[in-house]
Ligand binder design. Structure first.
Ligand SMILES: Nc1ncnc2c1ncn2[C@@H]1O[C@H](COP(=O)(O)OP(=O)(O)OP(=O)(O)O)[C@@H](O)[C@H]1O
Length: 254
């Protein structure tokens, strides 16, 4: 890792509040000082790591391991329940941005707002909006309300905004699984180019892509970092565990 950390996570934990009944949330607001009306579900227990400037780091783990939750914490979308984190620099959160689109506004309008949220000035947005449209490659649909978009079209616009956000850090959550093959290739090549100068933290179940892209891989399991280091080693250990798990389940079923 380079000497200058750009992302630091220290003992980060996250618990979601689960309410058994709809009106329990209201009860919690009214009577929460005296009684707890929810059950806590701890998704992240104690997650610590550092990412240096210019590093390309992959984040892996089983479904539900808390990868998206961790990225959302780092992007400021949700707060950790415990621990602390620090991110130094401008983040482009690929896909997380898409969840904030307004369905009544057009692709162009959402792209302008999204780019501004990511820190671009009005002049910078004016300068790159046509490039964003060209990158998204959705043709006249860019002028239509986003409620008419497919999930792939939403992902295209979200990715295109991030591609022009002049970010220092790219945070990518399974972005490549949504678009069609042509767009996936375009995104892969954008990420590989970005990796030459910027810092990347990327969640993916495409282990081969991570092996080729990353300097380091972090394996999240049971709420903690189970292993981190050389991609070949970590991905090898992860694959072995997944294979063993499948075999164990097959034996159980037989
Ligand atoms: N708002 C929420 N309220 C309650 N539980 C939640 C909430 N958001 C996520 N979870 C739970 O937290 C756990 C971790 O979810 P998360 O999406 O972070 O996992 P993930 O590792 O990204 O999984 P995947 O590989 O399937 O995308 C899951 O069990 C999920 O059901």
């Amino acid at each position: 890792m380079s000497s200058e950390p750009i992302i630091v996570s220290e003992g980060v934990g996250k618990a979601f509040q689960l309410y058994a009944h709809q009106n329990d949330q209201l009860k919690q607001i009214l009577f929460g000082l005296w009684k707890q009306f929810y059950r806590e579900k701890w998704v992240l227990l104690d997650v610590s790591f550092r990412i240096g400037k210019g590093e390309r780091v992959g984040l892996i783990g089983r479904n539900g391991a808390g990868k998206t939750t961790l990225l959302q914490i780092l992007c400021g979308i949700t707060r950790p329940t415990k621990g602390a984190f620090e991110v130094t620099g401008r983040i482009a959160p690929i896909l997380a941005l898409g969840s904030g689109f307004d369905g009544l506004l057009t692709g162009r309008e959402n792209a302008r707002i999204g780019a501004a949220i990511l820190g671009l000035s009005r002049r910078e947005v004016d300068a790159c909006i046509e490039d964003i449209a060209a990158f998204a490659e959705i043709g006249p649909a860019f002028e239509q309300p986003m409620r008419t978009y497919s999930s792939g079209m939403l992902a295209r616009v979200a990715f295109a905004i991030c591609a022009y956000a002049k970010a220092d850090i790219l945070i990518v959550d399974e972005a490549l699984s949504v678009g069609d093959e042509a767009f996936q290739k375009k995104c892969e090549s954008f990420i590989s180019n970005f990796a030459r100068t910027g810092t990347i933290l990327m969640v993916s179940h495409d282990l081969e892509f991570l092996r080729n892209l990353c300097d380091r891989v972090i394996w999240l399991d049971n709420g903690v970092v189970r292993m981190e280091g050389d991609p070949a080693e970590v991905l090898g250990a992860y694959r072995a565990e997944m294979t063993a798990r499948v075999e164990h389940q097959a034996q159980g079923a037989a």
